[in-house]
Design a protein. Structure first.
Length: 303
């Protein structure tokens, strides 16, 4: 039987509508949530991403600022930009778009972003908070988007076996923490490029998440019948017959796996749209926290 196709674009639209309502509430209280996106250089894929992020902010009634720096910018110039945004009260969330040009070590700059404005959830403080289950930090948008799809699509995780292929800090590691936490209560296996006999693991998955960027890695015979499959891969594959000369392909062989799985996210239109929706939500959370800190009536010493 063919799998149910999880319409991430539709779920993301719902979340963005909810976000717009929260923005309207914050605006009524005197705070306009603001997101700054720092882009260094002219990577075409990054330019597309940041345009989508700033457009989504405007659609939700938020303020957004795109700071574009030349590819040859120095580390000090980028530090200066981040410091300026950290100090700007009109900016509640900030992200430094990755990848950076090769002469700039991303770790240094992700650590420079104030943890209170780190809506990407990449600062070690927020990585640690996510790991210990502290809700006062920020969780990266893609794993949070997958958790939201699981909730809204009513896919049961309790006692289920979730297998994640990939070990990135952006997707797989935080997702493993979220899935195994009290509440979702999944049993998690994390696989990566050195895993022996990958198919042996993926075939045991009730929930299979693939985030490695290898088009078509997961074939039909690697999936347990009835599994829910989440494809995070986004790779441009040349195709002269396609209108743009390329197609976007996921890590999962969609045609074959959709005959085996019970539910599956398409690429594009599955996990991808959720990431921007969750970024908006993180930015609104940052703005709400800043607003409440500013307007708190109880003096700090009395608490
Ligand atoms: N590049 C690709 N995805 C992301 C993301 O989620 N955040 C940042 N900062 N850069 C990216």
């Amino acid at each position: 039987m063919a799998a149910r196709i999880i319409d991430g674009a539709a779920v993301a639209r719902d979340i963005r509508a909810e976000a717009a309502a929260e923005v309207a509430q914050l605006r009524a209280e005197g705070t306009v949530p603001g997101l700054a996106v720092v882009l260094v250089g002219n990577d075409p894929a990054s330019e597309v991403y940041v345009r989508s992020k700033t457009r989504a902010c405007h659609e939700a009634g938020m303020h957004s600022r795109l700071v574009q720096l030349p590819a040859q910018s120095t580390a000090d110039e980028l530090f200066g930009t981040i410091d300026g945004l950290n100090a700007d009260p009109g900016i509640h969330g900030m992200l430094v778009q990755l990848p950076l040009p090769p002469h700039l070590n991303p770790k240094l700059f992700l650590e420079r972003v104030s943890p209170a404005k780190d809506v990407d959830g990449f600062h070690p403080m927020n990585v640690g908070r996510a790991f210990v289950g502290d809700p006062n930090g920020f969780v990266p948008a893609t794993p949070e988007g997958i958790m939201e799809l699981l909730r809204r699509e009513r896919i049961d995780t309790h006692g289920k076996h979730a297998v994640i292929v990939g070990r990135s800090l952006i997707v797989s590691k935080p997702l493993a923490s979220l899935l195994m936490a009290p509440g979702p209560n999944a049993t998690v296996t994390l696989c990566h490029r050195h895993t022996a006999d990958l198919a042996q693991h993926t075939r045991m998955a009730d929930i299979l998440v693939v985030a490695v960027g290898k088009p078509g890695l997961i074939t039909g015979d690697m999936v347990k019948p009835g599994a829910a499959v989440f494809d995070v891969g986004v790779t441009r594959v040349d195709d002269p017959a396609a209108p743009k000369g390329y197609l976007i392909r996921g890590d999962v062989d969609f045609d074959a796996v959709s005959q085996v799985a019970s539910a599956i996210t398409p690429v594009p239109g599955g996990v991808g749209p959720m990431t921007i929706a969750m970024l908006l939500r993180n930015t609104i959370t940052a703005a709400r926290r800043a607003h409440d800190r500013t307007h708190r009536r109880t003096p700090a010493v009395a608490r």
